[in-house]
Design a protein around this ligand. Structure first.
Ligand SMILES: [Fe+2]
Length: 207
């Protein structure tokens, strides 16, 4: 679990076995809506890949129940963004979906799951990224810390929400190339995870 927690958070923390991600998503997105189907399908894809990786990791201990629930809920914040292509009609910029998700899950008394939302965007966002790119985010470090947070952040990069058919999963090389557009740190972080989590050896083109 994550390091810094307030006493209030600890008191509000629900036992994870009582958390039903499906019910939480239904309440937020509305059962039967296209946005619900999109977020549930995407969450299930991320969960499957993260769980498969975790099962094969020899040296790390991973909370599988937490990993599954967190994967299903990591994008809950999109519901409040202005992203009509995902059938989401809020007023917030998409770049804020991580911190919105954090706020939503904290309100439900789920501070550890909340941090997964905040820390899954890209390969995690640094204060320098927020400053340099002028992102509409508070100035704090939003990189994944725990193994569960890293696995979800990594697995998420393979699956599009707008083009979510299973056969459309991106290759690791495609993901690395895409991330390089945002910066070398982004691509290198992903490449390190690909080696550690899936034994994939990727390199960046030096041109
Ligand atoms: Fe995602």
């Amino acid at each position: 679990m994550t390091g810094k927690q307030t006493a209030e958070n600890l008191m509000a923390k629900s036992p994870l076995e009582t958390v039903d991600s499906e019910d939480i998503l239904k309440a937020a997105f509305g059962a039967g809506t296209r946005r619900f189907d999109i977020v549930r399908r995407h969450g299930a894809q991320v969960a499957a890949r993260a769980l498969q990786i975790a099962a094969g990791l020899e040296s790390a201990s991973v909370d599988m129940n937490f990993l599954h629930t967190a994967a299903m809920l990591h994008d809950i914040g999109i519901v409040k963004t202005a992203t009509p292509q995902l059938d989401c009609h809020g007023d917030q910029p998409y770049a804020r979906h991580g911190i919105i998700g954090r706020q939503m899950l904290e309100t439900l008394g789920l501070p550890d799951l909340a941090l997964v939302c905040e820390r899954h965007v890209g390969v995690g966002i640094t204060i320098a990224d927020i400053r340099e790119r002028g992102l509409p985010l508070p100035l704090r470090d939003m990189r994944p810390v725990t193994m569960e947070e890293k696995l979800i952040c990594y697995a998420d990069k393979f699956f599009s929400k707008t083009n979510g058919q299973p056969e459309n999963a991106k290759s690791a090389a495609d993901v690395a190339r895409h991330l390089e557009r945002y910066g070398r740190r982004q691509a290198e972080t992903f490449i390190r995870w690909a080696a550690r989590f899936e034994g994939l050896l990727l390199t960046l083109d030096d041109d």
